[in-house]
Ligand binder design. Structure first.
Ligand code: MV4
Length: 447
């Protein structure tokens, strides 16, 4: 069993991991940049090591400094959280070489799933449904054009190294193919140094449904139901919920089994997420696998009563998942709203500054995951998400009503936030009716 874990992250997820470790009796080491000397994660951990300047490249992304801090403090494992080095196979490999446990899957699996066209090919081979499209990488616009003409339009061109919408273009007709392909490919070369592309049939107005899975080193793989993450703006999720209104028990069972099959196909170990697109006719398609704990994991924790970070740690220790599939039940409904320090009326521009007056809501079925406090100065160097509000109630309507009450009570002054925008979304009649898809914010708000 681990005695000490280093958390290679900051903000609310670092605090979340520190709390899980403390409950398990495991000592914690925080790492912090010079901008984070007063951060909550720096204060809450048993030990804290400064690993460099504010700039992430020289601190939270600096592998040598993170490994040095781990060795110096005698920690046996590193939890990478999400973002930063959480899906960096080189870091996972360096941990292994230093005899430090990376709390996540192996470098090989991170690579296999990080390459989206390879992941697609792996899933096809495993009998997992994927969107109709190419099975081999495409490098050339003229070659891609022929394939797209045969597939029929609209198509979507995606970068193999992409994710989160970068290096991606929808193509409506044959005339526009090559220009769009070239733009997407150039974007991919600039962002990822990779010109490998693939082409899929474009699914109109899909829902984004993802399944949480857990896999241990003994061959046990379970799923913990789904999250509907369709409410997003420019590939940034804003509201996530579990379960999805679009899924009945039969479809849930089939998609869940498919998610388990996908994880087994790659010999996955740790917590992970299988992302699907669900079209209007109820067909679902594998999109990507995320090999990290995700921002929205709390909604799954609220409906299943499980602690995903503790399970990740157990699995990394070589233990079995604490429950069997038949013991996992989804109870009631949970919703998460991401609160960002940003200005919705200025194109959601990040808005760092000092928290002047803070009031967090509470009550039955209310969870606040955050790392801000009164007088805390939000540095400009990192992600603008400062807080996650999660509610749990008996059904979707009750959860929505609770979120409305809770967002009305939340006070964060000193910086601009998206609280009012989230309040509006939660009150939106179309959202309340469950009529949501990935274009919802664009269609309803023109954003
Ligand atoms: C798609 C799609 C429709 N058809 N693929 C967006 C991010 C990247 N992970 C894949 N994405 C999409 N892939 C096919 N074949 C629509 C999207 C998409 C999307 C997916 C999930 C959540 C929000 C989205 C917003 C716009 C487009």
């Amino acid at each position: 069993m681990f005695r000490k874990i280093l958390i290679a992250n900051r903000g609310e997820i670092a605090v979340r991991i520190i709390r899980a470790c403390r409950e398990l009796g495991i000592k914690t080491v925080a790492v912090y940049s010079e901008a984070d000397a007063d951060a909550l994660h720096t204060q809450l951990a048993d030990e804290a090591v400064c690993i460099g300047p504010a700039n992430s490249a020289e601190s939270y992304l600096n592998m040598e400094r993170l490994l040095s801090a781990t060795i110096v403090t005698g920690a046996e494992a590193i939890h990478p959280g999400f973002g930063f080095l959480s899906e960096n196979s080189k870091f996972a490999q360096m941990c292994e070489k230093c005899n430090i446990t990376f709390i996540g899957p192996s470098a090989e699996i991170i690579d296999k799933m990080g390459n989206k066209s390879e992941a697609r090919a792996t899933m096809i081979k495993a009998g997992v449904p994927v969107t109709p499209g190419t099975t081999e990488p495409v490098y050339d616009a003229v070659e891609g054009h022929k394939i797209a003409d045969e597939m029929g339009y609209p198509v979507i061109v995606k970068a193999s190294s992409g994710g989160g919408g970068k290096g991606m273009r929808i193509v409506e007709n044959s005339d526009e193919f090559e220009a769009n392909f070239n733009t997407a490919q150039r974007e991919s070369v600039n962002a990822f140094g990779d010109d490998t592309m693939y082409i899929e049939k474009y699914i109109q107005s899909p829902r984004h449904i993802e399944f949480q899975i857990l896999a241990d080193s003994h061959g046990n793989v379970v799923h913990l139901g789904e999250r509907d993450c369709s409410i997003q703006r420019k590939h940034q999720k804003m509201i996530e919920e579990s379960p999805s209104v679009a899924i009945n028990d039969d479809l849930r069972a089939r998609m869940g089994e498919t998610a388990v099959k996908a994880a087994k196909a790659v010999g996955y170990v740790s917590a992970g997420t299988i992302e699907f697109l669900l079209d209007k006719s109820g067909e679902f398609y594998f999109m990507e696998m995320n090999t990290r704990i995700q921002v929205e994991h709390p909604v799954t924790e609220m409906v299943t009563g499980m602690d995903l970070i503790k399970e990740q740690i157990r699995i990394a220790e070589g233990l079995e998942i604490s429950v069997k599939q038949e013991d996992i039940k989804v109870n009631g409904h949970a919703i998460e709203c991401r609160i960002n320090a940003e200005n919705p009326s200025k194109n959601f521009m990040p808005c760092p500054g000092t928290i002047q007056n803070l009031h967090f809501p509470g009550g039955n079925g209310v969870r606040v995951d955050s790392a801000i406090y009164n007088g805390y100065k939000i540095p400009p160097n990192y992600d603008s998400m400062i807080c996650k509000i999660i509610v749990h109630d008996k059904d979707r309507t009750a959860a929505i009503n609770k979120m409305q009450s809770v967002l009305g009570e939340l006070v964060i002054e000193g910086v601009q936030t998206n609280i009012d925008f989230q309040f509006d979304l939660i009150g939106n009649e179309r959202f309340r009716s469950g009529d949501i898809n990935t274009h919802f914010i664009h269609d309803e708000y023109g954003l």
